[in-house]
Ligand binder design. Structure first.
Ligand code: FAD
Length: 277
């Protein structure tokens, strides 16, 4: 592979102003919201219908799913043995997945690439998204996600860094020139938006982004099955495994059936016998 200096159209390193690039290697995951139960209202419903039912789980998501499932058959009176764990296992076995839609978690994913979020937002059913806007937020702070396979090879890493630095500089220069082009626009916010929305066209898939994601248990399960998979891209696989580990702590009766198996590249895939409930 030729070095960047050998390419005739490439600027010499002297033309590239040093840019401090902040590189991310794996996603950071924040669990920012989970549900709580309105105990008074649930109790009011049970009392008004003559039930004296209590689930044996303290986890709101697990109780909500059990409550929703029991509502379908009004089966609060004589629960079968095994408690919430057995009840939810039966839901998974039966594929009665719609009741899982009542359990919801919100995450913030940071240090992820635009390539990752482009794949993530393909998950439609049961998902809500809010993503950092490249039209409103200045991208001149250089933050990029480097694939590990490139990072650990000095030659590939060098090529990657030089490419990112050049592209980044192109973005900064374009944004500056476009601001000048729109200098007659009196609205400063609009002027910056007009400049950034055109300049961002040169930003690569590796550009770091942040995304707020809310989804229900059924949707998270489907996401995990599709993306914590050996066939998925490494970055989104790492993200899916991180989400799974958190959700297994959050609600073991809803996510405890997944087993994590090591893959040759050092990542993991998630396996379950209850796929796509
Ligand atoms: C390894 C891998 C490779 C991929 N490669 C490509 C690729 O090359 N090109 C590409 O475009 N995409 C690709 N994808 C994305 C993939 O096709 C899906 O868009 C993505 O995984 C979301 O899955 P989904 O549609 O099942 O999820 P969701 O949109 O969350 O839907 C969940 C489920 O709801 C049901 N559903 C949702 N919407 C509808 C509907 N409109 N009608 C009927 N049923 C519906 C389906 O049962 C669906 O599985 C790839 C995904 C993976 C995991």
């Amino acid at each position: 592979m030729g070095s960047i200096q050998e390419a005739p159209e490439a600027p010499s390193p002297a033309d590239i102003q040093p840019t401090e690039i902040r590189i991310f290697y794996e996603p950071t995951v924040y669990l920012v919201a989970r549900q709580t139960i309105s105990e008074e209202e649930l109790e009011r419903f049970l009392t008004e219908h003559g039930f004296n039912w209590q689930s044996d789980t303290e986890v709101a998501a697990e109780r909500l799913v059990e409550t929703a499932g029991r509502l379908c058959y009004m089966s609060f009176a004589r629960p079968r043995p095994g408690g919430n764990a057995a009840y939810l296992r039966h839901i998974l076995e039966a594929g009665h997945g719609s009741v899982l839609e009542h359990a919801v978690w919100s995450f913030l994913f940071v240090g992820v690439s635009r390539a990752l979020t482009h794949e993530l937002v393909r998950h439609r059913a049961g998902f809500g998204y809010s993503q950092l806007s490249q039209r409103y937020v200045d991208e001149s702070v250089a933050e990029y996600v480097e694939p590990k396979v490139i990072a650990e090879d000095p030659e590939l890493h060098q090529l990657w860094v030089e490419t990112i630095a050049r592209t980044h500089q192109a973005y900064v220069q374009l944004a500056r020139k476009l601001l000048e082009k729109f200098r007659d626009e009196p609205d400063g916010t609009l002027r910056r938006k007009l400049a950034r929305q055109a300049a961002r066209s040169v930003l690569p898939n590796a550009t770091e982004t942040k995304i707020f994601v809310t989804a229900n248990a059924r949707a998270w399960r489907h996401f995990i099955e599709m993306r914590a998979s050996r066939w998925a891209d490494v970055e989104i696989r790492q993200l899916a495994v991180k989400v799974l580990r958190i959700l297994q702590q959050e609600a073991p009766h809803l996510f405890g059936d997944y087993e994590l198996r090591a893959l040759p590249d050092g990542t993991y895939e998630a396996i379950t016998m209850y796929r796509k409930v």
